[in-house]
Design a protein around this ligand. Structure first.
Ligand code: BT5
Length: 319
C-alpha cells in the first residue's frame, strides 16, 4: 500500500486531499495517515495540511514495485515483489518457484540482503543502495543449455550499464562485470530440473550501484560501485527493468542462436587475449586465454602449448 500511495502522490500534479486519496485507494483516512508516516520514516518528504492535502516534495532512492512492474514485459505482471530486506533473493525465489509460484516469470528485488550469496557459497555483501534481485524464468531448455545463462546475463548487464550510465563495463570469464578491472556486479544462476529439462532458472544479480565502496563489508575486496566510478546515482528502477527485460527477450537464444551471445560476450571481454590463471578445484593453470568454445567454455593455451577448455573455475587476470 505504501507504494501505491507513493505512486498516486508522484502522479498527482497538485496536492491531493486526504479524503480523495483514501477513497481512491479504498482505505480509511487513519490508515492513510499511518502509511504516510511510514513513508516519511523511509525518507520521503511529504507536505501535508488539512486544507490543501498531501504533496510529495522528494523521495529517497527506493525502488517502487509498481513503477518497476510497469516497465517489465507482461509475463512478470503480478509477480514483481519488492522487499526492504531479505536474507537472499535467490533463496526466496527458489522457495516460491518450487511452490509453483512466479509463473510464467517473476522478479524479487530487495533494498538490502542479510545473507546474500555468491557462487560456491561465498558471501555477497549487499548494503542499501545496490541492485539485489532475482529473476525466475522457465525457458524450455536442457540442463546443459542452462549453463549458457550466466554468459547471457553478463552480456545484458554490461550492455545495460553502457547504455544507461556510459561506463565501460567489461566481463571477466565467466560472468563477473568489471569497471577498470574492479568488480561491480556478479551473477548467481541456480536451477531446478526434471529428467534433464529445466523446470525453472533463478538468475540472481548483484550490482553495486548507489553507494560507496567503503560500505561493502568485505575488506580488501577488488570491488567498485557505479557511484564511485561516475559520481552520479543511477535510476535503479530503470536499470533493473532494462536488465530483466533484456534477459527475458533474449531467452530464445539459450536454445538457438547462442553464437550471437558469444559474439557480444567477446566484444565485452576483458579476459580474451590475456594471460590468466584458472583455478579449478585447487588445480591452477596459467596460460593465454584465446577464445570461448561454442558453449562458452574458456579456451586457454597453457605453458606447454596445450589447448585446455574450462567449463568452471575462478579466473585471475594477470596485469
Ligand atoms: C557472484 O559470486 O559474483 C554472484 C553474486 C550474486 C549476488 C546476487 S544478489 C541477488 C541474488 N541473491 C543472492 O543471494 N545472490 C544473488 P562470486 O563470483 O562467487 O563472487 C563472490 C565474491 O565476490 C566474494 O567471495 C567476495 O570476494 C566478492 N564480493 C562479495 N560481495 C561483493 C560485492 N558487493 N561487490 C563485489 N565483490 C563482492
Amino acid at each position: 500500500m505504501k507504494q501505491q500511495i507513493l505512486k498516486a502522490l508522484k502522479d498527482a500534479q497538485a496536492p491531493v486531499s486526504g479524503q480523495r486519496l483514501a477513497d481512491e485507494l479504498g482505505i480509511s483516512r487513519s490508515a492513510l495517515w499511518k502509511h504516510i508516516n511510514k513513508l516519511r520514516k523511509l525518507g520521503c518528504r511529504i507536505d501535508g495540511s488539512p486544507k490543501i492535502g498531501y504533496r510529495l516534495l522528494s523521495v529517497p532512492d527506493i525502488i517502487i514495485v509498481e513503477e518497476l512492474a510497469a516497465l517489465l514485459p507482461s509475463a512478470f505482471q503480478g509477480n514483481v515483489i519488492g522487499l526492504e530486506a531479505v536474507e537472499s533473493t535467490n533463496d526466496l525465489a527458489k522457495e516460491m518457484a518450487s511452490a509453483g509460484k512466479l509463473k510464467p516469470a517473476g522478479l524479487i528485488v530487495t533494498e538490502r540482503q542479510t545473507g546474500g550469496r555468491g557462487r560456491f557459497g561465498r558471501p555477497w555483501s549487499s548494503p542499501p543502495g545496490g541492485l539485489w534481485f532475482s529473476l525466475v524464468v522457465r525457458p524450455e531448455i536442457s540442463v546443459g543449455a542452462a549453463a549458457r545463462m550466466p554468459l547471457l546475463a553478463s552480456v545484458v548487464i554490461a550492455a545495460a550499464l553502457k547504455n544507461l550510465t556510459g561506463v565501460d563495463a567489461r566481463i571477466k570469464w565467466p560472468n563477473d562485470i568489471l569497471i577498470c578491472e574492479k568488480k561491480v556486479a556478479g551473477i548467481l544462476t541456480e536451477l531446478a530440473a526434471e529428467l534433464g529439462q529445466v523446470d525453472y532458472l533463478v538468475v540472481g544479480i548483484g550490482l553495486n550501484a548507489n553507494f560507496s565502496t567503503e560500505l561493502l563489508d568485505a575488506p580488501g575486496l577488488n570491488a567498485t560501485t557505479l557511484l564511485d566510478e561516475t559520481d552520479r546515482t543511477v535510476d535503479r528502477t530503470a536499470l533493473t527493468a532494462q536488465i530483466a527485460t533484456d534477459i527475458w527477450n533474449a531467452l530464445p537464444s539459450l536454445a538457438t542462436g547462442f553464437e550471437m551471445v558469444l559474439e557480444r560476450w567477446r566484444d565485452f571481454s576483458t579476459t580474451l587475449g590475456r594471460t590468466v590463471t584458472v583455478d579449478v578445484a585447487g588445480e591452477k593453470v596459467t596460460g593465454r586465454a584465446v577464445d570461448l568454445d561454442t558453449e562458452g567454455g574458456l579456451v586457454v593455451i597453457d605453458a606447454n602449448n596445450k589447448r585446455r577448455v574450462f567449463r568452471a573455475g575462478e579466473v585471475t587476470l594477470q596485469k
